[in-house]
Write a protein that binds this ligand. Structure first.
Ligand code: PMP
Ligand code: GLN
Length: 378
């Protein structure tokens, strides 16, 4: 029989699924895959329950209007960015579908797409399936910044776009305005697009504020900004994501989205619409809750002798592997001997082997889960 798609043949199961399955098999505490082990707020789940009456048929492909309206309102009030409700905001099945639809909508076979590694795994798959050629640029540990000359060299006549993610999974880094300005200058100089994955936009700590790269001069119409209610409301299984972009780019993305999933779960869109209208009171509580979990876990692992990299945002923290042990071996040792699951970093890289030197813990877990994990890690 004939083979399946050759690009797909090169794909492996996502490291998040693999590690969650290993955690279950070994009865280990799962600090691997990024999801809270508690439900998002009851008031948001109640909103969903209430919208299960009368809101059960297909939503418009672009998303229900109240949700697009709430998205437009928060971009305006938090960041001063104006996006037209009808032509510049699209609701997707999580950020994952947003990434995928964006790649299929923008990339022609042979186009080059710059990815800063370590990168979230779906970027590479989406680029390759669209026929694009990923051009990796390695962020330098332990600050995880880029070498500007190296980044500049990665841009060329075939560059279509660059992926950018801040707050950054897996490092927990929040990129500075200066770093974003350097990237923006290159994007403008080379007339390319930038996909900005901002799913952790509300998870920044120590008083740091998220700055969407679309706010920088000359970037508004070059940036495709992607976010997700899954992270912001601790409801990763809801898969309600969204894209803000210029009318031209939004139109192209919608043309893919309509033939990919067509539309997104209707009642949950209404619940997220309402939840987003309450961000002013919700976000400070949310940051406080996750910030306390971060401090508790990081102080705990420091006491156990680990030397974590500073986590400025997201719900992840990196820990270097002991000398001579690679990330994969270290993760499997921790699962088997300490009953704690984490994520090795090498699957987030395609060029450098720097990932062998780190593992990632997720601290979006109940305090008692983190306390148990800390006891095991003794
Ligand atoms: N981008 C990043 C950086 C992520 O960490 C994740 C998922 N955790 C996604 C995208 C996908 O988000 P969603 O679950 O909304 O598809
Ligand atoms: N984004 C999550 C993480 O980084 C995983 C999401 C998934 O499993 N697709 O752990």
């Amino acid at each position: 029989m004939k083979e399946v798609n050759t690009t797909v043949q090169s794909f492996k199961e996502s490291i998040f699924a693999t590690m969650s399955a290993l955690a279950a098999k070994n009865e280990a505490i799962n600090l691997g895959q990024g999801f809270p082990d508690f439900d998002g707020p009851l008031w948001i789940r109640d909103l969903a329950r209430n919208s299960f009456d009368g809101k059960n048929q297909y939503a418009p492909a672009m998303g229900v209007r109240p949700l697009r309206s709430s998205i437009s309102n928060y971009y305006k009030s938090f960041y001063g960015l104006d996006f037209d409700i009808d032509s510049q905001i699209t609701v997707t099945n999580g950020a994952t579908e947003a990434i995928f639809s964006t790649c299929l909508a923008l990339i022609n076979p042979g186009d080059e797409v710059i990815v800063l590694e370590p990168f979230y795994d779906s970027y590479l798959a989406a680029i390759k399936l669209a026929g694009g050629i990923p051009v990796p640029v390695t962020l330098k540990a332990p600050e995880f910044s880029f070498d500007l000359k190296e980044l500049e060299k990665a841009f060329g006549p075939k560059t279509k776009m660059i992926f950018f993610n801040s707050p950054h999974n897996p490092t927990g880094k929040v990129f500075s305005k200066e770093e974003m300005q350097s990237i923006s200058r290159l994007v403008i100089k080379h007339d390319t697009y930038l996909v900005s994955d901002e799913v952790y936009e509300f998870l920044t700590f120590d008083g740091l504020k998220h700055l969407p790269i679309a706010t920088l001069e000359g970037m508004r119409d070059r940036v495709i900004t992607i976010s997700s209610g899954g992270k912001t409301f601790g409801l990763t299984g809801w898969k309600i994501g969204w894209i803000t972009a210029s009318e031209k780019l939004s139109h192209a993305i919608r043309m893919v989205h309509q033939f990919n999933t067509f539309s997104v779960c209707t009642p949950l869109q209404y619940a997220v619409a309402e939840a987003l209208s309450k961000l002013d009171s919700y976000v400070p509580e949310f940051v406080k809750q996750y910030g306390e979990l971060r401090d508790f876990f990081i102080e705990g692992i420091v006491e156990k002798g680990f030397k974590p990299i500073k986590s400025e945002g997201t719900y992840f923290v990196l820990v270097p592997t002991p000398n001579g042990i690679t990330d994969i071996d270290y993760c499997s040792e921790l699962i088997k001997t300490k009953k704690v699951a984490s994520i090795p970093l090498s699957p987030f890289y395609s060029k450098s082997n720097e990932g062998e030197n780190y593992i990632r813990f997720c601290f979006a877990k109940k305090k008692e889960t983190l306390a148990k994990a800390l006891m095991n890690l003794s």
